[in-house]
Design a protein around this ligand. Structure first.
Ligand code: AMP
Length: 238
């Protein structure tokens, strides 16, 4: 059995006894936060809270928030902190977050981080947050972003370069035509990277400084990365 499979099994066993608490997945657009969050959901049974997905849901439902967010997201810029914090606050009130949750794509600014830190500090017996930063180099990110295709029905994520569907343009699971996110173009990717460097890189440094922080190499097979995250979270929870 490979090392990665062993560690993932360990994670599965750990899933039954460990209350994972709040986990932050940090990293630039395309590092695989969403993919890894889905792996961890399977292991630990705690929800993935992706602010990108929540915002896209609002856009699809044409809510007031969705109407504000749509254009900002289309430009690759960040949605204002107050709107995102409010959306996350509402999501964290749901009962499935009681044993923990995986925040994917949040916090993305120091203001969001300090809002979250304050909220967690105020929680009666909550576990402290563990932050994991996933690292991938720029050219690899560009390939991942511009090659990414999503199934709008089962949400499975493909990549036309690294992980293509069996039949071009069609989901393996349900045969639905795959779609490309409007912000997964090279031009918007560059803006998203600028926003990351300016606003989100300092958030990584903030959590590094607080301890309970790990970095994992995201340029490896999905299961190996997941195993690295499980190991890091177990170590940081001790
Ligand atoms: P993602 O799916 O995480 O790549 O997010 C897609 C887009 O949603 C980002 O480029 C931002 O425009 C917006 N977004 C997602 N999360 C946040 C956040 N925490 N703060 C501000 N904007 C966000």
């Amino acid at each position: 059995m490979s090392l990665s499979a062993t560690s993932v099994e360990k994670g599965r066993e750990a899933g039954s006894k460990l209350a994972p608490g709040p986990i932050l997945l940090l990293g630039a657009p395309g590092v695989g936060k969403g993919t890894q969050a889905k792996e961890l959901v399977k292991l630990w049974g705690i929800p993935q809270i992706s602010t990108g997905d929540l915002l896209r849901g609002n856009v699809a439902r044409d809510t007031q928030l969705g109407r504000v967010a749509k254009e900002i997201m289309g430009r690759g810029e960040l949605v204002p902190d107050s709107l995102v914090n409010e959306m996350v606050a509402a999501r964290l009130l749901e009962p499935d977050t009681a044993n923990g949750y995986i925040l994917d794509g949040f916090p993305r600014t120091l203001a969001q981080a300090s809002w979250l830190d304050g909220r967690l500090a105020a929680a009666a017996q909550g576990l402290p947050v563990v932050a994991v930063s996933i690292q991938v180099n720029y050219n690899q990110l560009l390939r991942r972003i511009t090659g990414r295709r999503n199934c709008p029905v089962c949400q499975r994520i493909y990549n036309i370069y690294g992980n293509p569907p069996q039949k071009d343009g069609v989901c393996d699971v349900d045969g639905t035509p795959l779609v490309q996110r409007a912000d997964d173009t090279e031009k918007v990717f560059e803006e998203r990277m600028r926003a990351y460097e300016a606003k989100t890189a300092p958030v990584v440094e903030h959590y590094r400084g607080l301890g309970r922080f790990a970095e994992v190499d995201g340029d490896r097979p999905i299961a190996t990365i997941a195993a690295g995250i499980v190991d890091a979270v177990e170590r940081l929870r001790q």
